[in-house]
Design a protein around this ligand. Sequence first.
Ligand SMILES: Cc1cc2nc3c(=O)[nH]c(=O)nc-3n(C[C@H](O)[C@H](O)[C@H](O)COP(=O)(O)O)c2cc1C
Length: 366
Amino acid sequence: MLCMDSKWLLSVAPMMDWTDRHCRYFHRLLSKHTRLYTEMVTTGALRHGDVKRHLRFNEEEHPVALQLGGSEPEDLAYAAKLGQQYGYDEINLNCGCPSDRVQRGAFGACLMNEPQTVADGVKAMRDAVSIPVTVKHRIGIDKIESYDFVRDFVGTVSLAGCEVFIVHARNAWLQGLSPKENREVPPLRFDLAYQLKKDFPQLTIVVNGGIKTQEEIAQHLQHADGVMLGREAYYNPWLMTQWDALFWQSKATQLSRESIEEAMVDYMERAHQEDACPWYAIARHMLGLYHGQRGARLWRQVWSDHRLKPLPPREVWERARRAFVELEVGKVDDSEMAMVQSRADIVAGRFVHETPEAHLARLSAM
Ligand SMILES: Cc1cc2nc3c(=O)[nH]c(=O)nc-3n(C[C@H](O)[C@H](O)[C@H](O)COP(=O)(O)O)c2cc1C
């Protein structure tokens, strides 16, 4: 392993609308060491919006990085300072997002065309804060395929003091592709990211893009200092439970999906007491918890059933658990979607006050 600074060994990517504080709380239950990133927060939102809403997070989330979107050095410095005041462990600048909205604001991936602007922003932020300032970027823009482009970008920005680069190893096509397509269509070229590590051995280079398995992670760590996962971590979060032991050589902790689910129910109750936060704003992030397990679909349907919104989360949890009981006694076939739907209706909607014994008795009688 090459790692210059193991703080970046493994991380979960910044993802708009996904990696909010509730999601990060959930992910932290699965891995103690994995670095977590916020959704992108624009400097404009921090200048003119509700700062607390954008920046608050749970103490448990550390280590946690704030990702900023912006390009004006003064605004970036202001936002970075706020991030440090709120207690974030890192400020990350988004130079990889290709969305139209971001392009209109002249930041995100289009900043790769202006390495000096990025360097000025990085310098302003570094002057304003003492926590690390890092950059997340692509390997090219539109049809620019040459390695020189990303090498010069990293070279210029590193001169301003950025020491950590998170490389989403595909181009961003600024015209003609949606943000979603821009995460799938331009080909992944990890060799360019590996080459950055060779040319800038003093920098921490983290690779990102389409990485899904522990084997792939281990493979990338032969060539780069860290690996960042986005979608796979979100859809299949249990993957993370092995990371502390596998990659940080820290003692393996015995976790069960049930205990994580219970901890999340506790968290939902606390969030409701403290902020009147509805449980479903939190539960939506844990729908991958049983990914690949028998009964996952049925369980997921209970936790995402909008008819259950008025119920307290503990009751929804009980119903979700009953979904597994139904499977155990063979009354539900998890592989058949239509049937699952109707069974989910039963689990979710009726027999609310049934004891487990009565529940099993009813099922045996069916
Ligand atoms: C729903 C969603 C939202 C995203 N939002 C951001 C963002 O706010 N900032 C950012 O730098 N990247 C964002 N990304 C890109 C991811 O950080 C990551 O670079 C990309 O998904 C590739 O990694 P993956 O293949 O492991 O998902 C987003 C991705 C997804 C799926």
